[in-house]
Design a protein around this ligand. Structure first.
Ligand code: GDP
Ligand code: MG
Length: 170
């Protein structure tokens, strides 16, 4: 029962070049207030999100491309990104998603993000295939263009909504 904003940690995972760093950086330019960038190549950035009258702070971790560590299994939400132009990145996202759902159990938020939807003519992964993966592993599915800042505010709200849903916060 405090007025301090809830603080949640979110990690952005996926293959190299899918747009993880671009996505994380773009969140900082969101219209939501109080963004602060602590900098660095694999930086941690925070953004405040107001949803249903409740302010929350989301901390985004954009790790260097490597395997997930044990400590990284203690976070509040997992954003698994692939590029719709890169089938191998979808296979990587599939493996990460399956691994996470097994390790985390059912009560943690995982979001599957299809990025680079501006490159529609180079599309190699269908929305149907991606949705099927998301549905099969209880993940929220989103399509974004980090480069064009398309659907990123919706994704930000979606992340917080999923966290609250898994924590049974109204
Ligand atoms: P990371 O390795 O996953 O962190 O990927 P980056 O964020 O470094 O992005 C890799 C490349 O993809 C960069 O050249 C970005 O400008 C580009 N990129 C990222 N997101 C998008 C997008 O939504 N659309 C397009 N066309 N390019 C993107
Ligand atoms: Mg990166």
């Amino acid at each position: 029962n405090s007025n301090a904003p809830s603080y949640y940690s979110v990690i952005v995972l996926g293959g190299a070049g899918v747009g993880k760093s671009t996505l994380t950086r773009q969140f900082m330019t969101s219209e939501y207030i109080d963004t602060s960038d602590t900098g660095g190549e694999s930086g941690v950035m925070t953004v405040s999100v107001l949803l249903n009258g409740e302010e929350s702070t989301l901390e985004f971790i954009d790790p260097p491309d490597k395997n997930i560590s044990i400590e990284e299994l203690q976070l509040d939400a997992y954003v698994v990104v692939f590029s719709i132009t890169d089938k191998a990145s979808f296979d990587t996202a599939t493996n990460i998603t399956k691994y996470l759902r097994v390790e985390l159990g059912t009560d943690r938020a995982i979001l599957l993000v299809a990025n680079k939807i501006d490159l529609v003519r180079k599309r190699k992964v269908s929305a149907d295939d991606a949705r099927l993966l998301a549905t099969g592993y209880d993940c929220k599915y989103a399509e974004t263009s980090a480069a064009l800042n398309h659907h990123l505010d919706e994704l930000l709200v979606g992340i917080l909504s999923q966290i609250r849903l898994k924590l049974s916060i109204p």
